[in-house]
Design a protein around this ligand. Structure first.
Ligand code: FES
Ligand code: FES
Length: 207
């Protein structure tokens, strides 16, 4: 599983990377468009394969972004390939591992199963947007303090999932509940005991 060689797609013979990287506009991120007509005209421009792009306007890690994307583009690919936010990992690309977990309006979502176009008007937060300047989020600090990782591939998803679990859904009342509620985040290195330790401590710090 190589996070930077994960072109994805391929079943149709054309990868998502091609859709996102080759067929669309060259600029990765453009400032918010000021003219409605300009935005609509741009959104109506078809890609080379005849697919009509759609506009996405969202706030990502606190900054407004406006993009034109293939309507089939996932949030995961858009974050990684268009916005260069590669902290969000692509594991299974089919909703089974949790590596791609991000927040949309504070809730944990699987970005591989979320269309980028559906995030218009919403706040998206990735692992890159979790710290407060130089100060790590308590969950990030707890993972470091407890050495809650080995290869680290699953870690951004684990942390994003754990933060939303506590903040949005409420703290877990036991280690078993942490394990149950984090069961959608798979760690192939089996660092689970220390992940649970980290989440247990971070919950206290987040109160
Ligand atoms: S990459 Fe999204 S759940 Fe595995
Ligand atoms: S630390 Fe390696 S997959 Fe979790």
């Amino acid at each position: 599983m190589n996070q930077d060689n994960d072109a994805g797609g391929g079943r149709s013979g054309v990868s998502r990377r091609n859709f996102l990287g080759g067929g669309l506009v060259a600029a990765a991120v453009t400032p918010l468009l000021t003219g409605q007509a300009e935005a609509e005209a741009a959104a109506a421009a078809p890609t080379a394969d005849g697919v009509t792009q759609v506009s996405v306007r969202a706030v990502v890690n606190g900054s407004p972004v406006s993009l034109r994307v293939d309507p089939r583009a996932t949030l995961l690919d858009t974050l990684r390939e268009r916005l260069d936010l590669k902290g969000t990992k692509k594991g299974c690309d089919r909703g089974q591992c949790g590596a791609c977990t991000v927040h949309v309006d504070g809730r944990r979502v699987l970005s591989c199963l979320t269309l980028a176009a559906a995030t218009t008007g919403h706040q998206v937060t990735t692992i890159e947007g979790l710290a407060d300047g130089d100060r790590l989020h308590p969950m990030q600090q707890a993972f470091i303090d407890h050495d809650g990782l080995q290869c680290g591939f699953c870690t951004p998803g684990q942390i994003m999932s754990a933060v939303a679990m506590v903040d949005d859904e409420g703290p877990a009342r036991s280690d078993d509940e942490i394990r149950e509620r984090m069961s959608g985040n798979i760690c192939r290195c089996s660092a689970y005991p220390r992940i649970v330790d980290a989440i247990r401590d971070a919950q206290q710090a987040m109160r």
